[in-house]
Design a protein around this ligand. Structure first.
Ligand SMILES: Cc1ncc(COP(=O)(O)O)c(C=O)c1O
Length: 412
């Protein structure tokens, strides 16, 4: 590529800001609540706290706790917040990572090294996961040469008997989600725990989506099944701060029942000319801004603030559930948190997805079964009626189009 393409003279911040605003013109209007994916919109106040905290520590590096005891303290406090929420026993431990995929890959790495050390397993390892578990587990498998056995779900939940049938003496880990992304449903963690204990395998709960919403939904009175460290076979949990923790992007947590289990995640690399390099996770440099923003938001909201935000999410979900049922959709399973998926026996959901996209809604679509998917934020409580009105109009469009197709062209 020619060097002519490089910016030659530097540009002023005003120019750059204007250019970036211009680039963002085509982005989805998430501040208006029109995306049900990628964004967790807890309102302007939270966004202000995120940005200010991120900016304060954007240059600092979590790789150097001795240089930045501030960042180390913030990480400890964020991890402590998560451990308490997820009912970790005394001695439970955790670390911040850059995101859900990172947390999951790190948990699989810890489980693999644990299996090597404690069970004498080395090559030909596998993990057993429900069909609905996140592709981050496949990525972990690809990186560590571990076979990933995806087992079909039953009534959209992990099928514990089928998962048991897939376990063999080289299985190092099984997985349940709380909730899974596709359907927003919490897998039967207690039954998976019983299975894990009986077959002597590690159980990881992927609470990337649920970790920072489910405890508050429960505090608000919902009867959620146990999914956290209160379940004895759960050895590790991933929970994303940049999802329902409402932190800036680049912030997740991975937790272990004991410090000893966490130690299997640690990298002890080298030697090189500086000796050995020990890091808690794969990352070298770790963004001070992301850690600071997560700390500031958790402190800003506190338990009361999270309960209120998650109450708004629950209310939004209930409105959407009731509304789409009225429009003839079938809600998949019994969602209890912030994700709801629904399907229609007559209307083509993928065509509806396109119609809604055209009306400015950026959401996910399901392929198995064909359906629509929403990951809701507090903001959606204000715009649920707009979504439902647009969905009604989209359904009408489809019916009309079907009618037009059936009208003979050369009548008479
Ligand atoms: C259940 C679940 N696990 C893991 C992830 C991966 O998280 P990330 O995108 O932060 O890597 C997601 C992302 O949506 C998820 O829904």
């Amino acid at each position: 590529m020619s060097q002519d393409a490089l910016p030659q003279a530097g540009q002023s911040w005003e120019t750059l800001e204007a250019r970036m605003r211009d680039m963002a013109k085509g982005d989805v209007k998430w501040r208006q609540g029109r995306t049900g994916l990628y964004i967790f919109n807890a309102g302007e106040e939270v966004e202000r706290v995120q940005k200010a905290a991120y900016a304060m520590f954007s240059a600092e590096n979590g790789l150097g706790p001795a240089a930045f005891p501030s960042i180390a303290q913030m990480e400890r406090e964020v991890v402590g917040f998560g451990l308490a929420l997820l009912k970790a026993p005394e001695g439970g431990a955790g670390s911040m990572t850059s995101g859900g995929t990172d947390s999951i890959v790190m948990a699989v790495k810890a489980a693999r090294d644990h299996a090597r050390a404690k069970r004498g397993l080395d090559k030909g390892l596998n993990i057993v996961i429900p069909f609905s578990a996140h592709p981050a587990f496949d990525k972990a498998g690809m990186m560590m040469d571990i076979d990933v056995r995806r087992v079909p779900v039953k009534d959209y939940l992990a099928d514990v008997a089928a998962m048991e049938a897939a376990i063999d003496e080289r299985t190092l880990l099984i997985v349940g989600s709380a909730p899974c992304f596709p359907f927003g449903l919490i897998d039967p963690i207690e039954a998976l725990s019983e299975l894990a204990q009986r077959r002597n395998v590690w159980l990881h709960v992927d609470a990337c989506v649920g970790g920072y919403i489910a405890p508050f939904v429960r505090m608000n009175g919902a009867d959620l099944p146990p999914f956290d460290f209160s379940v004895p076979g759960v050895w590790s949990i991933s929970g994303d701060l940049h999802k329902y923790g409402y932190a800036s992007k680049g912030a997740s947590t991975v937790f272990f029942r004991t410090r000893e289990l966490l130690d299997f995640m640690t990298f002890d690399a080298g030697p090189w000319p500086l000796g050995r390099m020990m890091t808690p996770t794969l990352a070298g440099t770790r963004p001070g801004g992301a850690i600071a923003a997560a700390w500031a938001v958790t402190q800003f909201l506190g338990v009361e603030g999270y309960r209120e935000k998650q109450r708004q999410v629950t209310e939004a979900r209930e409105k959407i559930e009731a509304g789409v049922r009225k429009l003839g959709f079938r809600v998949i399973g019994k969602p209890q948190l912030g994700i709801v998926s629904f399907t229609h026996d007559e209307a083509d959901c993928l065509a509806l997805y396109a119609k809604m996209h055209h009306r400015g809604w950026f959401t996910a679509a399901l392929l198995e079964p064909k359906g629509l998917h929403l990951m809701l934020s507090p903001k959606h409580n204000e715009v649920a009626h707009e979504y439902l009105a647009d969905m009604e109009a989209s359904l009408k469009d489809l019916k009309q189009a079907a009618g037009e197709q059936m009208t003979p062209r050369y009548a008479g």
